[in-house]
Design a binder for this molecule. Structure first.
Ligand code: GLU
Length: 510
């Protein structure tokens, strides 16, 4: 049977990075088996529905290249793929369960149930309590008929039979057993006519011919009810296989990574930035922090999966080829942000300069910097080995776009010596006539002057660097000069020298 998997997010806000990992594993599993990756929007909980959340999900999937084969806006013959558009289907299925004697009408009002919860600690609507509550199992058929005819609000509940064992062969966790006596009679259809997650999820997985349910560990406990639902419908023979993914844990300490941890640790835990109504509902995204999509995919793939061996950098093709559920760990995976940055650095180094320039253009424009692609390509070439996030190109390499902001005085005091002033002046004079104005020609010209003045490269070049970029760090000095061009290079040398002298004067006065 052809593999069909689904990613089924609820559009209740920005999609946490754990959701993206779930999407990625489903995607990799589908591609590995030549199957289909379905996107289904589970938007039946109207009270939690957030406009723009669906758009956000689709944009995040697009940014990462995890395009669904079927889904809202993606085509497919099992639609509609938005649950809010499938209301009639759920209604019909809930009704069918009542007719099969597997579910029942319950008329208890929310107030009555609340009162019960107040009175009885651990109240549960189940095989023990249902006989004394207001439902079609405990009431006379005529009474039920009359209530239904009168339009009284009702819910439909699953009738869970006691003393059954529910066995789940989880593809990651192995056998998991639940006792039906401990399960409540879950609501399937709500009083507003909307299905609950449980009903909609099972009906859709069946109708969409889903073969494997790969989702977060938090859904494992619901799976007991899901299996009972498959049984109730008589669909057990084609029930999908389940695989529950390990939790993503906080960078430090214990517990599950939450959306608030992003702000707490100053790191992104969402794929894209999200602007909610309040400050607490605004989150930084991996995209906006300056990550490349393949780096994010690689990092997320290894949060819980590894094919064995030492390799850590995997292309999408390799991940598709190597992916298997057997290599997913049961234990939680720690969210290590430094590792994410490390991956990004590797991917930046491996990305061609033209592509990097495209990424840098909007960032340069936003800063009012020179933003033509040929220039940005040269910036990319000079800086790519020295940065881990895209904005670093412009922050650490700001001096490629604007004059030196601050000089490293300590290095200047160590390196400056007024005997070197004539040679630096000679270099500044010579710079404008170097032809072609590239690193080899500049180096040759400077070396010739050093010889003429009997000065040492080890003494002069650090000063050149300090004059050009303000610090001892940064890309090779002649390459930097070549990028800055003759006028700017000469100008910076002169300005640098003036500063060095000033620094020396201050030091003398102290
Ligand atoms: N709508 C659920 C969620 O938001 C789907 C869980 C599942 O995959 O069954 O995660």
């Amino acid at each position: 049977m052809a593999v069909r998997v689904r990613f089924a997010p609820s559009p209740t806000g920005a999609l946490h990075i754990g959701g993206i990992r779930t999407a990625l594993y489903n995607y990799l599993f589908a591609r590995h088996h030549g199957g289909a990756f379905v996107l289904r929007i589970e938007d039946t909980d109207q009270s939690r529905h957030v406009p723009q959340a669906e758009e956000y999900i689709v944009e995040a999937l697009r940014w990462l290249g995890l395009l669904p084969d079927e889904g809202p806006g993606f085509g497919g013959d099992c639609g509609p793929y938005r649950q809010s558009e499938r209301k009639a289907i759920y209604h019909q299925h809930a009704q069918a369960l009542v007719e099969r004697g597997k579910a029942y009408y319950a008329f208890d009002t929310p107030e009555e149930l609340e009162a019960l919860r107040q009175r009885e600690a651990h109240f549960s609507y189940n095989y023990q309590t249902r006989t004394r509550l207001r439902n079609s199992l405990s009431m006379k058929p005529e009474e039920v008929e009359a209530l239904l005819r009168s339009g009284a609000p009702y819910v439909i509940r699953l009738q869970v039979m006691p003393d059954e064992e529910v066995h789940i062969q989880d593809l990651i966790r192995g056998e998991v057993v639940f006792q039906s006596s401990e399960l409540d009679d879950k609501v399937l259809l709500k009083a507003d006519g909307m299905p609950t997650y449980h009903l909609a999820n099972i009906v859709d997985d069946h109708l969409m011919r889903i073969t494997h349910v790969i989702r977060g560990e938090e859904w494992l406990s619901s799976t007991a009810h899901h299996v009972l639902l498959y049984r109730a419908f008589g669909w057990e023979p084609t029930m999908p296989q389940f695989a529950h993914l390990p939790l993503i844990l906080r960078p430090e300490g214990q517990g599950k990574l939450s959306k608030r941890d992003g702000a707490r640790f100053g790191i992104p835990v969402f794929p894209l930035s999200w602007k909610g109504a309040s400050a607490e509902d605004c989150f930084l995204g991996f995209r906006e922090a300056g990550f490349l999509p393949p780096a994010v995919l690689n990092f997320l793939a290894l949060l819980g999966w590894h094919p064995g061996g030492e390799q850590e950098v995997f292309s999408m093709e390799e991940m598709v080829r190597l992916f298997s559920l057997e290599h997913i760990s049961k234990g939680g995976a720690r969210f290590d942000y430094d590792k994410a940055r490390w991956f990004n650095q590797r991917y930046i180094m491996a990305t061609d300069n033209a592509t990097l320039a495209q990424y840098l253009r909007p960032l340069a424009e936003a800063k009012g910097y020179r933003a033509d692609l040929p220039y940005l390509e040269r910036v990319a070439a000079l800086m790519k080995e020295r940065v881990s996030l895209l904005p670093d190109f412009l922050e650490e390499g700001y001096y490629l776009f604007e004059p030196v902001r601050t000089y490293d005085d300590e290095s200047i005091r160590k390196k400056w010596n007024s005997a070197l002033q004539p040679v630096l002046e000679a270099i500044a004079d010579r710079i404008p006539s170097v032809q072609p104005f590239d690193a080899p020609a500049l180096e040759a010209a400077v070396k010739a002057l050093l010889q003429e003045h009997q000065a040492k490269a080890g003494e002069v070049l650090p000063l050149l660097r300090l004059a050009l970029v303000g610090t001892m760090k940064g890309p090779p000095v002649f390459d930097t000069a070549a990028l800055l061009g003759p006028a700017e290079t000469a100008e910076r040398l002169r300005r640098g020298m003036a500063y060095f002298l000033q620094c020396q004067a201050v030091a003398r006065d102290q």
